[in-house]
Design a protein around this ligand. Structure first.
Ligand SMILES: [Zn+2]
Length: 202
């Protein structure tokens, strides 16, 4: 192996032999192993990639980022997203191949985690309750975070009264837009935070 990248220079390093690694979403990656299969998603517009080992197969699942390649290894195969560009800082290896691939963008994580039906199904038999749910709305601009987004949903909270198993929606307590830019993380509750409620009423 010739001139391995200095450790610390790259956010992630994949070493070893015949490993299959998903390096995650990182700004830079050094592949120093042999015969490894590596998947990586760029976290920077200029994604630095060092190929210092041999016989590795690396897939960079990017969209329109630039791969800045420092290649000193041999017989690696590099696969880039169709729209990505490539800049070779150093290309000293032999018999390396580069191809393009269309990575089907995996269906966007569903923004709606709790539908109205689900929220109402969880209610008790009697009494006042506050339900929180998310619903699709026709809007291409998120009023909460200000981003233009392909899909915007609305998080709503309603005060309801349950009587003998019947549900009366008394009033909408609060609602807030949500989009993929400001989405609530997958395991968080869809309830609005106090801060959000304040912002809505401001
Ligand atoms: Zn948003």
């Amino acid at each position: 192996m010739s001139s391995a990248p200095e450790s610390g220079e790259y956010e992630a390093t994949v070493g070893g032999d015949r490993e299959s690694v998903d390096a995650g979403t990182v700004e830079s990656l050094a592949v120093t192993g042999e015969r490894c299969a590596v998947d990586v998603t760029p976290a920077a517009d200029e994604f630095r990639l060092a190929l210092a080992g041999d016989h590795n197969s690396v897939r960079v699942r990017g969209n329109d980022e630039t791969v800045v390649l420092d290649c000193t290894g041999d017989r690696n195969s590099l696969s880039l997203g169709e729209e990505m560009s490539l800049r070779r800082e150093r290309d000293e290896g032999e018999a390396n191949s580069i191809s393009r691939e269309s990575f089907e963008t995996e269906s966007e994580p569903d923004l709606v985690q709790t539908t109205r039906d689900e929220a109402y199904a969880g209610l008790g038999w009697f009494g006042f309750d506050l339900v929180s749910y998310q619903t699709e709305i026709e809007r291409d601009h998120c009023q909460y975070c200000g981003h233009d987004a392909e899909r915007v949903i609305e998080r709503r909270e309603e005060k309801v009264l349950r009587l003998f198993g019947l549900t009366f929606t008394l009033k909408t307590v609060a609602s807030s837009d949500e989009c993929s830019f400001c989405r609530v993380s997958a395991n968080a509750s869809v309830d609005l935070s106090d801060r959000e409620r304040r912002e809505i009423y401001r």
